[in-house]
Design a protein around this ligand. Structure first.
Ligand SMILES: Nc1nc2c(ncn2[C@@H]2O[C@H](COP(=O)(O)O[C@H]3[C@@H](O)[C@H](n4cnc5c(=O)[nH]c(N)nc54)O[C@@H]3COP(=O)(O)O)[C@@H](O)[C@H]2O)c(=O)[nH]1
Length: 517
């Protein structure tokens, strides 16, 4: 039996080792995996935001170009050049503008009149694009290698190109991704911006975003160094998580063990699933005609606690409020016993122990009636043995009398159990219509040697006969005890001398052997 949870828990050292190890493993695993998932999601979100920012930027760029071209003419007068210069001054992106005609020849730039043809590859792209716009990276005299060019042609054939250092395209992207996530921005096959990062050797994941309608793509990398950096910063949380896991495992282990091994819970389960056995002990009549009675007694072998005393089961059931369920279970098993052996048990009454407080309950007699309706074979053969463990109060007394009358009206015999050890006194016998009085084993043990006990039992025997009650001597183990109770005039005897409580098949064998004696 387990007094406390500590007695069933493995040693603290062992727990610390096992759960510490598992918790550490779990913490590392959970944090590494969680961080990996987080970093992938973060990469996805930030790459997506960078792509959106790039799309907005491209839209702004072409709005700006459209605005200029819509207000331009095919001339390159001083005002036209001044206007282009003013536009570059206010432009967030461009450093130069050039106007081109429907033959794709640039005729005017921020620096004055010009006449040169746009590359045919670019011309083709403008023509092929639905909105007659394209971008490119081309070498420019003023802005150098990889200058960003944006071309836009209006509906009347007048077009504009804007020149900007390639980095301006990546300003927003840079803001959103740097410094943690290196990236590479390309137009066609040419790189616009590439972070200074050796991504090939230490990339955890990468994400490619393409801008619809443009040959622009953005590749964003999530480096391992970022992952390890985050992991190191999470170490205190990992430690707390590890401790929490350890605590949860230890508590859960205790909970499971308690649920598994706790005696009250095991008794509760055993009552619920009817797995408590009932043994039967014959009560032998000393008159001619042999025995005609048995007492049903619970027996239970717990897988975790071994053989559990009936007294412990009864006391625990009382505490759990399950004593009535236990009684109903025993009575039903008695009913099943009658059904199983109708011939052998034809003449035999069986009594069941009942808690006196159960009898006081209003629901007791109706419930009993229900079980008798369920098992008609119990009618006239079932007896209840009541032990008086405490005195009845003034209000309980009349209530008890009426409950007794109700139960007796159902054809059920009532016995006062362990007479002399509890509160069942002579006044009690006068008030309650018991059928049988059971003398406790303590009297039988001292009967032979104790003159005083003999005198008391003689008076009780006399009184029982006067009140028309049958007498049973409990706990008769030896022949001299049997002789002593016989000399007293006791009619029936229960004890190991005749038979111990036996499982149903063995008690039937005993009945078959002893029925004719
Ligand atoms: N409410 C319920 N109480 C029950 C039920 N089943 C049993 N009990 C009560 O548990 C107490 C202990 O019972 P148990 O260990 O079964 O002991 C019984 C007999 O085995 C024992 N006995 C009988 N003859 C002898 C004997 O010669 N020597 C000896 N040492 N013991 C003997 O006595 C007990 C029977 O007692 P009683 O009920 O008073 O007639 C016990 O108090 C049971 O009442 C149950 O289903 N419900």
């Amino acid at each position: 039996m387990f007094k406390s949870i500590n007695s069933i828990m493995p040693s603290k050292k062992k727990c610390f080792f096992y759960y510490g190890f598992i918790s550490l493993f779990l913490s590392v695993f959970v944090f590494m995996l969680g961080l990996y998932a987080y970093q992938l999601k973060d990469l996805e979100n930030r790459a997506e935001s960078a792509k959106n920012a790039l799309t907005y930027r491209m839209n702004d760029i072409f709005l700006e170009l459209k605005h200029i071209v819509d207000n331009s003419e095919l001339s390159c007068e001083k005002e036209d050049i001044d206007r282009l210069r003013r536009m570059t001054f206010y432009s967030p992106t461009f450093k130069e503008f050039g106007l081109f005609n429907d033959n794709f020849r640039v005729y005017c730039t921020t620096y004055g009149p010009r006449d040169f043809a746009i590359f045919s590859s670019i011309v083709n792209r403008i023509k092929e694009s639905s909105e007659r716009k394209t971008v490119s990276l081309v070498r420019s005299h003023s802005l150098g290698e990889s200058t960003f060019f944006a071309f836009y042609q209006g509906a009347d054939g007048l077009g504009i190109n804007g020149l900007a250092p390639s980095q301006v395209l990546a300003v927003d992207v840079d803001y959103l991704l740097s410094p943690d996530l290196p990236y590479e921005l390309t137009i066609g096959k040419q790189t616009v911006v590439s972070s200074e990062y050796n991504h090939k050797s230490s990339v955890l994941a990468k994400r490619v975003e393409s801008l619809d309608g443009w040959a622009i793509s953005l590749v964003v990398f999530s480096p391992f160094s970022l992952y390890w950096g985050h992991l190191v910063s999470l170490l205190p949380f990992m430690f707390i998580f590890c401790l929490l896991c350890c605590l949860i495992f230890y508590t859960a282990h205790g909970g499971i063990l308690y649920y598994r091994y706790s005696l009250p819970l095991n008794i509760k389960r055993a009552i619920k699933d009817n797995s408590i056995d009932v043994h039967f002990q014959p009560i032998v009549s000393l008159k001619a005609g042999g025995f005609h009675e048995m007492e049903a007694l619970i027996r239970w072998h717990s897988p975790y606690h071994g053989q559990v005393s009936p007294l412990v089961i009864v006391e625990t059931s009382e505490r759990l409020g399950l004593i009535d369920d236990l009684t109903w279970m025993v009575i039903r098993k008695v009913g099943d016993f009658y059904r199983e052996y109708p011939i052998q048990l034809k003449e035999i009454n069986i009594s069941v122990n009942v808690d006196r407080y159960s009898l006081l309950k209003e629901s007791f007699a109706p419930n009993l009636e229900g079980i008798i309706a369920e098992y008609p074979e119990l009618k006239g053969r079932l007896g209840l043995e009541v032990t008086e463990t405490s005195a009845l109060t003034v209000t309980e007394l009349p209530l008890m009398v009426s409950r007794f009358e109700h139960i007796k009206a159902l054809g059920i015999r009532l016995s006062v159990d362990d007479f002399g050890t509890g509160y069942a006194g002579l006044d009690f016998l006068r008030r309650f219509p018991y059928d049988t009085l059971k003398l406790d084993k303590v009297f039988i043990d001292s009967l032979k040697d104790d003159q005083f006990t003999r005198q008391i039992l003689t008076s009780i025997t006399k009184l029982a006969k006067e009140l028309n009650m049958a007498l049973v001597a409990e706990g008769v183990e030896r022949e001299d005890q049997l002789d002593a109770v016989r000399a007293l005039g006791v009619d029936r005897v229960q004890g190991y001398y005749f038979c111990r409580p036996l499982p149903k098949d063995q008690v039937i064998t005993w009945v078959e052997k002893n029925a004719t004696k």
